[in-house]
Design a protein around this ligand. Structure first.
Ligand code: COI
Length: 355
C-alpha cells in the first residue's frame, strides 16, 4: 500500500475551470499560499528510479507517521517561477538549474531523485495544469514548489524505503511585507545557519526551521530578515534566511563565495552573469561583516525575493544605512532580470523556457 494518497478525489474549484483566470484579487497577492487546482506526484522505492508521475487534484496527502521526512527531516525543496506573457504563453526561468540542484542535494541526503528531463517535464505539466492561476503580465508570477521527501516508514535512523517527488504552485507577488521598500536586516550573532561539513549548501528542508527562532525574534523587533555569519569566526557574512546577499563598492559587486555553507542561488548566479554583462566587476569571496558595513549599496537575491534593496543593517549596537535612491545597481539588475524572466528583454543567455 502506498504511504501517500490524496484525500481529495475531485479537482478543487472545478466550477470555474474553463475561465482564463482564477478568481484572485491579483493586486492583493503577497507571498501567502493560494491553493491552485493541481499538483504533481511521482514516487519511487529506495535504490530504484522514478518512473511515471501524474497530475492529481491539489489536496492534502496521507503520510505514515513514521515517514523519514517527518521523523528525521529527509527532504529537499526547490522554488522557481512561471510568468505569463502578453501572448498567453508561460515562461519558466532556468528550470534545469533547479533540477540539477535537486539532484546534487538528493545525493547529499541519500535520496533518489528525478532526472533533469523528468523534473522539467513535471514542472511544465504543473504550470500548464494551473495556468489560470498565473497572474496577468506585470502583476506577479506562479511560484512553483518541487519537493522531494522520504515518504516511506522507518523507525531507526536510515534512509527511507520510499520517496515522493511532488510539485505544487501558488500565485505570488512580493516576498516581503515591505513590498518593494528597502529591507532592514539584523546581523545574528547567537544562532548559526550552517556549519562546515553540514548541509548549508543544499536546499534541504532541515536548513530552514532552525532559523525561525532568530527570524521571528528579528521580525518582532521590526527587521525584515536576518543575516547570518560563518559559524567558525562569526566575522564573515554568509546569507540571509530567505536569500543571498551582495554588496557594491565603487564598480565592484561582491558576494560570499559558496563553499558548502551557502546556498548556490540560481538568482545569485544569474545576477553575477548579468552584472558582468552590465560592466560591473564581480567577486565571490570571503566578506567580513565590517566590510559590508562600508558598502555603497547592499541588496539581496533569491527566487522568491528577486532583487531587493537593503536600506539598513544592524550589527551589534550599530545601525548602518545604505543608499536606496538615485542610480542603483540593484534597480538596474532587478529590471534586467525581471525583463528577461517576463520576455520583455532579449534572453541572450538562453535562460527562459517558453511553454
Ligand atoms: C526561494 O526563494 O524560492 C526559496 O526557496 C526561499 C524560501 C524561503 C521562500
Amino acid at each position: 500500500a502506498s504511504s501517500l494518497q490524496h484525500a481529495c478525489e475531485e479537482p478543487a474549484f472545478s466550477e470555474h475551470k474553463d475561465k482564463e483566470y482564477a478568481d484572485v484579487d491579483w493586486d492583493k497577492l503577497g507571498f501567502g499560499l493560494v491553493p491552485t487546482d493541481y499538483m504533481y506526484v511521482m514516487k519511487c522505492a529506495k535504490d530504484s528510479v522514478f518512473e511515471r508521475g501524474r497530475i492529481n487534484p491539489y489536496g492534502n496527502i496521507e503520510l505514515s507517521p513514521s515517514a523519514g521526512v517527518l521523523n528525521y527531516g529527509q527532504g529537499l525543496f526547490e522554488g522557481l517561477k512561471a510568468h505569463r506573457k502578453e501572448n498567453g504563453s508561460l515562461l519558466l526561468f532556468r528550470p534545469e538549474q533547479n533540477a540539477i540542484r535537486m539532484r546534487y542535494g538528493a545525493e547529499r541526503m541519500c535520496m533518489p531523485s528525478p532526472t533533469v528531463d523528468q523534473f522539467i517535464d513535471a514542472v511544465k505539466q504543473t504550470a500548464l495544469a494551473n495556468k489560470r492561476w498565473v497572474p496577468p503580465p506585470g502583476r506577479g508570477s506562479l511560484y512553483i514548489r518541487p519537493l522531494l521527501v522520504g515518504s516511506g516508514p522507518i523507525l531507526g535512523l536510515s534512509p527511507s524505503p520510499e520517496y515522493t517527488f511532488m510539485i505544487y504552485a501558488s500565485p505570488v507577488r512580493n516576498y516581503f511585507k515591505e513590498g518593494t521598500a528597502p529591507l532592514n536586516l539584523y546581523v545574528e550573532e547567537k544562532f548559526d545557519r550552517a556549519s562546515r561539513g553540514g548541509t548549508g549548501g543544499v536546499k534541504t528542508i532541515s536548513n530552514y526551521a532552525p532559523v525561525l527562532k532568530a527570524l521571528t525574534s528579528a521580525k518582532e523587533r521590526g527587521f525584515s530578515d536576518v543575516l547570518y555569519l560563518d559559524s567558525v569566526s562569526r566575522r564573515n557574512i554568509e546569507e540571509v534566511s530567505s536569500c543571498n546577499i551582495f554588496m557594491l563598492k565603487g564598480n565592484v559587486l561582491s558576494t560570499p563565495a559558496t563553499k558548502g555553507t551557502i546556498l548556490s542561488g540560481i538568482t545569485r548566479r544569474s545576477i553575477i552573469e548579468l552584472s558582468r554583462d552590465l560592466g560591473y566587476e564581480v567577486e565571490e569571496r570571503v566578506i567580513p561583516v565590517e566590510e559590508l558595513l562600508e558598502a555603497d549599496e547592499v541588496f539581496c537575491t533569491g527566487t522568491a525575493v528577486v532583487v531587493a534593496s537593503v536600506g539598513s543593517i544592524t550589527y551589534q549596537d550599530r545601525r548602518i544605512e545604505f543608499r536606496t535612491g538615485g542610480r542603483m545597481a540593484c534597480r538596474e539588475l532587478y529590471e534586467t532580470l525581471v525583463g528577461i524572466q517576463t520576455g520583455e528583454i532579449e534572453d541572450k543567455h538562453g535562460w527562459v523556457m517558453e511553454i
